[in-house]
Each structure stands twice: as structure tokens, then as C-alpha cells.
Design a protein. Structure first.
Length: 151
């Protein structure tokens, strides 16, 4: 079952669950010798692939979601209302990392925090090692810096 299929099975009356999980996934480095990956979902305006340089990107915007973990909404609203002209001119990457909670329909390798844990800097509840959201974002930003050599 895909993340979208799993999300479609969530009852609408449960306001604690995020209806959508990011459309791309970043695997954090295995700094602690762990065998299984730790994954951070995100939404982005481009498909980001390791090993490829995006030399045409001249600006990167990182959009953070609120308590409902609705990164898709924040991403779309940012482009639609705050960035339209700049985005239409090209050379822009917009990325919205997502901090899923334990109640969200995701696989075991995806990092999950308590409902307010990510923004409080708490370690992830699963998987191990328990990266904080801030650590995960640091790794994601390092990755962006490597593939988007903005001068």
C-alpha cells in the first residue's frame, strides 16, 4: 500500500492525523551504525536526486508547516500567494519538510514525533536513532547545499 492509499483510508473526523505524507523522501545518514534507514518526508518543486547537480537553481525556499503537519498545504499556499512571480521566472526550489506524528499512516523507517515533539526539538519516537526534527532538517539542508551550488 502506498502512502497516498493509506492516507485515503483515514477517517476525516480524526483531526490529529495528517491527510497526506510528503511526495519525496530523504534518507538521513547512518551516523550511529544503524542498519535501517531513518526517512524524512518532504514536498518539493523538483524531484531531487542524489548525485545530480541543479546548477539552474538560484534561490531555495524552505517552508515549514504547522501543528497539523500539512506540508502540502503550506507548500502550495507559499507558491500561490507569496512566490508566484519569482517561481514563474524559474530557477527556484521550494521545499517543505514534514514532521509526521505517530498517528500518521507511514512505514516504520519514517521518522515520527509526538504531536508537538518536532517543534519542541524532542527526539523522534521511532525509528532509532531518534533524530530531533532540527537534526533532520540540518541534514536535509546540507543535502540541498550539495546539490544546488548557489553562488
Amino acid at each position: 500500500m502506498t502512502a497516498d492509499e493509506a492516507a485515503a483510508t483515514i477517517p476525516e473526523e480524526d483531526p490529529l492525523r495528517s491527510a497526506r505524507i510528503g511526495n519525496q523522501f530523504f534518507e538521513l545518514p547512518r551516523d550511529y551504525g544503524e542498519s535501517d534507514p531513518s526517512i524524512l518526508p518532504f514536498v518539493a518543486s523538483r524531484k531531487l536526486n542524489e548525485g545530480r547537480l541543479y546548477e539552474d537553481i538560484r534561490k531555495v525556499y524552505v517552508v515549514y508547516h504547522g501543528e497539523l503537519r500539512n506540508a502540502h498545504d503550506y507548500y502550495h499556499n507559499f507558491i500561490r500567494h507569496s512566490l508566484r512571480k519569482d517561481f514563474d521566472e524559474g530557477g527556484v526550489l521550494v521545499i517543505a519538510p514534514q514532521a509526521p506524528a505517530a498517528v500518521d499512516p507511514i512505514d516504520d523507517s519514517t521518522l515520527r514525533w509526538g504531536i508537538n515533539g518536532a517543534r519542541g526539538g524532542e527526539p523522534a519516537e521511532v525509528p532509532s536513532p531518534p533524530y530531533s526534527y532540527f537534526e533532520a532538517i540540518d541534514y536535509l539542508l546540507d543535502f540541498i547545499y550539495e546539490i544546488c551550488p548557489i553562488t
